[in-house]
Design a binder for this molecule. Structure first.
Ligand code: SAM
Length: 366
């Protein structure tokens, strides 16, 4: 990026006026902003695009962490299969249904079911059963259950799931290879995203930022990747080292304040580039600062995922160090979130499913 040619006011005005209006080097330039004034102007522009394209308010999804068994050995993840310090658990169908009922009683109209990665007929059937049992609650259901066959995605869609979140983690195959063992394939992940689109889901993806060895150019390419895949939802957040993982050793230069700032800038620039997608303020932001999620909303996010998993299991689903809200019940979390959002002039949208405006637009135009 040639700084002398970078006119922030002009870039923000063009990006606010229309989606996909920035060049790769302008995206990179926005991600490189470090001064408080520049970041403040970036976040304000992104928040106002969020309000214009998605409305005031923040959609809520109750998050169920359904289990931490995982067949994968991702080098950054606290629940990777080789981490023998983890106490493994898997919620029963009854426990997942109760968490969904809890979400419904708190007036969250949407639910996310996430877990470590398990493939196979027994698991596919288990999730189908869960989906059929929660269908009468009328919640908008997102699954985040990793890579599966297209047939499995289709069966879960038929059983009632409407949205699927599968992070690509990074759009750079070379960086992906440094973060994963050899049996993980970046290409398969992309193929899974395409299969999800073919199967009729609202499709979400995302990346981690502040990874060792990651550059602003990599992150700019990530935003262009979201646009190329024409995704409906983005769930991305800062990488946070977990002490029992191999990648933590390479993260000596990692810095919480810089990771938080980068996480917020990624939200803002993605909002300015894509305009009408759903963007979640990830829990990882809150692990870095108590007000991290509200700051995510003020930087352009329009979705928050309060945890509705039984408190007894929260600590066992630790993807990274310093996971927040491990001891608060779902009802306490709701009150806390209400106060926190009110303090920044925003609010949770109770009783609203909060589908992606982009999904509605693209399916209407198809
Ligand atoms: N197994 C599913 C999958 O692969 O999509 C979902 C569960 S996986 C644990 C959810 C997400 O956690 C991953 O996509 C990854 O981006 C994130 N994650 C894992 N370890 C992390 C870390 N140390 N810091 C931040 N995010 C992390």
């Amino acid at each position: 990026m040639e700084n002398e040619r970078f006119d922030l006011e002009d870039v923000l005005r063009r990006a606010s006026d229309a989606p996909r209006a920035l060049t790769p080097s302008e995206i990179e330039g926005l991600l490189a902003i470090e001064d408080e004034d520049g970041m403040g102007r970036l976040f304000a522009a992104a928040h106002s695009v969020k309000v214009r394209r998605c409305g005031m308010g923040v959609a809520a999804r109750g998050l169920v962490e359904a289990g931490n068994m995982c067949a994968k050995d991702c080098l950054y993840c606290g629940i990777r299969k080789s981490n023998s310090a983890v106490r493994r658990y898997a919620l029963s169908a009854d426990e997942i249904v109760s968490a969904a009922e809890e979400a419904k009683s708190l007036d969250y109209a949407s639910l996310v079911i996430q877990s470590g990665e398990i493939e196979g007929e027994a698991h596919t059937r288990f999730i189908e059963e869960v989906l059929r049992r929660i269908a009468p609650l009328g919640l908008g259901v997102t699954l985040s259950l990793g890579e599966q066959t297209e047939e499995t995605y289709a069966r879960w869609r038929a059983a009632g799931a409407e949205r699927y979140l599968l992070r690509i983690e990074t759009s750079s195959p070379a960086l992906y290879a440094r973060l994963h063992p050899a049996d993980c394939s970046w290409e398969r992940r992309v193929e899974c995203l395409r299969a999800l689109r073919r199967t009729g889901y609202q499709v979400g993806t995302g990346v981690m930022c502040a990874l060792p060895g990651q550059t602003h150019a990599d992150l700019a390419a990530d935003i262009l990747f979201y646009a190329d895949l024409d995704v409906d939802m983005i769930g991305m957040g800062p990488y946070i080292p977990h002490p029992d993982t191999p990648l933590a050793v390479e993260a000596a230069d990692w810095n919480a304040a810089a990771a938080l700032a980068l996480g917020l800038k990624m939200i803002a620039v993605t909002r300015l580039y894509l305009h009408d997608v759903n963007i979640a303020a990830a829990t990882a932001l809150q692990a870095l600062a108590e007000d991290g999620r509200e700051r995510g909303v003020m930087a352009g996010a329009n979705v928050i995922m309060p945890n509705v998993t039984a408190v007894a299991h929260r600590r066992d689903y630790s993807l990274y160090a310093n996971k927040p809200c491990c001891d608060e019940t779902a009802a306490l979390c709701r009150g806390c979130l209400d106060r926190r959002l009110a303090a920044v002039g925003e609010h949770l949208l109770y009783g609203k499913r909060g589908d992606s405006p982009h999904y509605h637009r693209r399916t209407r135009d198809d």
